[in-house]
Design a protein around this ligand. Structure first.
Ligand code: COA
Length: 344
């Protein structure tokens, strides 16, 4: 039995097609210099080790749901449609442990009675949600799906941890999927997903869940902070994103050289360039927005897609490879052709 799954969207002619894209970041910008005023770090260290110059951070009272609503509305507007019959929200930072954030987001967007649920796969969350939405369309369960990735990682960070503070930012991105044909521009061609629960401790919020509560414990502030073993994550991310990319390219029947653009999870510019190098892709084919927004976890890929659409890095007809790695561990890759959409 393999430890991963691959979708054979080619098995049906009914295929999910990207019909709209939107992104939103909260207005407050935190520069590296601002971080360096309260932590033992520097702009030079963060830029050279991660490629990040700044990140956006919510103001007190703003939630993941707020960012998701903004991104979702922008994606719907970009698609020219005003509705969807399924909302899938990928997030690691839901507004509450229970219920899911997606139903409230759907209601606020003006879709009060549609199916709506959250998907939790940390930084791979958007690809997991994309697969869920694409499969719903492929199976005839939905005609139009709003897939959102939204995060407020700033609510999880240990204020004394310079490593995670340097990397993560808040934001949201979304795509609208509609039913279409595999050969048309915008078609989500194939998706590959995988996981390895043996790596669960590499990226974790150790407390606050059933594991702690079942032992009679209640979380203290320390238990609720995000923890990450950066170096191990770095190497696993490069390996798994490269492997997953090759798997999905093979399924689609594309050579590496056929890929016009790679949109990888914006974890670290060095990770993205290492993945491109392992694949044999020129680094300039990578779409990057990490310098401006940092690592926004499940929002990272759709936010990069929105940025690439806005600045012209993604053009209609481009063959695009998406790939991500995240806590779990989870990983994945997807192939699609870029649609002809109005620039947001
Ligand atoms: N400023 C200054 N120094 C820092 C720092 C910061 N913000 N963060 C870490 N350091 C220090 C470390 O403490 C270490 O010091 P030491 O040698 O005295 O122990 C030194 O820099 C080197 O640390 P190391 O972990 O080897 O650096 P690195 O080159 O691997 O970069 C990461 C660290 C976290 C940037 C990198 O490992 C990474 O990006 N990992 C993946 C993270 C990620 O994407 N996670 C999300 C899920 S995909």
């Amino acid at each position: 039995m393999s430890d991963d799954i691959s979708s054979g969207l080619s098995a049906t002619t009914r295929t999910a097609v990207i019909a709209g894209v939107g992104g939103y970041v909260p207005p407050r910008v935190v520069t590296n210099d601002e971080l360096a005023r309260r932590l033992d770090t520097s702009d030079a260290w963060i830029r050279t080790r991660t490629g990040i110059a700044q990140r956006h951070v919510i103001d007190p009272g703003t939630t993941t749901g707020d960012l998701a609503v903004e991104a979702g509305l922008r994606a719907l507007k970009n698609s020219g449609a005003d509705g969807a019959d399924l909302v899938v929200l990928a997030t690691t930072t839901p507004d509450r442990p229970c219920p899911a954030t997606a139903p409230a987001v759907a209601t606020r967007i003006g879709l009060p009675h549609v199916a709506a649920f959250d998907v939790a796969a940390v930084c791979s969350g958007f690809l997991y949600a994309l697969q869920t939405g694409a499969a719903a369309i492929g199976a005839g369960f939905a005609e139009r799906v709003l897939v959102i990735g939204a995060e407020t990682f700033s609510t999880l960070l240990d204020p004394a941890d310079r490593t995670t503070a340097a990397i993560f930012g808040d934001g949201a991105g979304a795509v609208v999927l509609r039913a279409g044909e595999r050969d048309e521009p915008g078609a989500v061609r194939d998706i590959h997903l995988g996981s390895d629960g043996g790596m669960a401790d590499l990226i974790t919020v150790p407390g606050g869940g059933a594991e702690q509560r079942s032992r009679g414990g209640f979380p203290g502030p320390e238990d609720l902070y995000f923890r990450m073993e950066g170096k191990s994550v770095f190497f696993a991310a490069v390996r798994r994103m490269a492997e997953s990319s090759l798997t999905v390219l093979d399924r689609t029947g594309w050579q590496v050289a056929d890929v016009d653009r790679i949109v990888a999870h914006q974890a670290n510019t060095r990770i993205i360039h290492a993945v491109a190098e392992q694949l044999g892709l020129p680094p300039e084919r990578a779409v990057l927005n990490i310098e401006r927004v940092g690592n926004t976890s499940a929002a990272s890929i759709p936010l990069a897609l929105a940025g690439g659409m806005a600045d012209g890095a993604l053009k209609a007809g481009d063959r695009v490879l998406l790939t991500a790695f995240g806590g779990g561990a989870t990983w994945g890759a997807a192939t699609l052709t870029w649609p002809d959409l109005p620039r947001a």
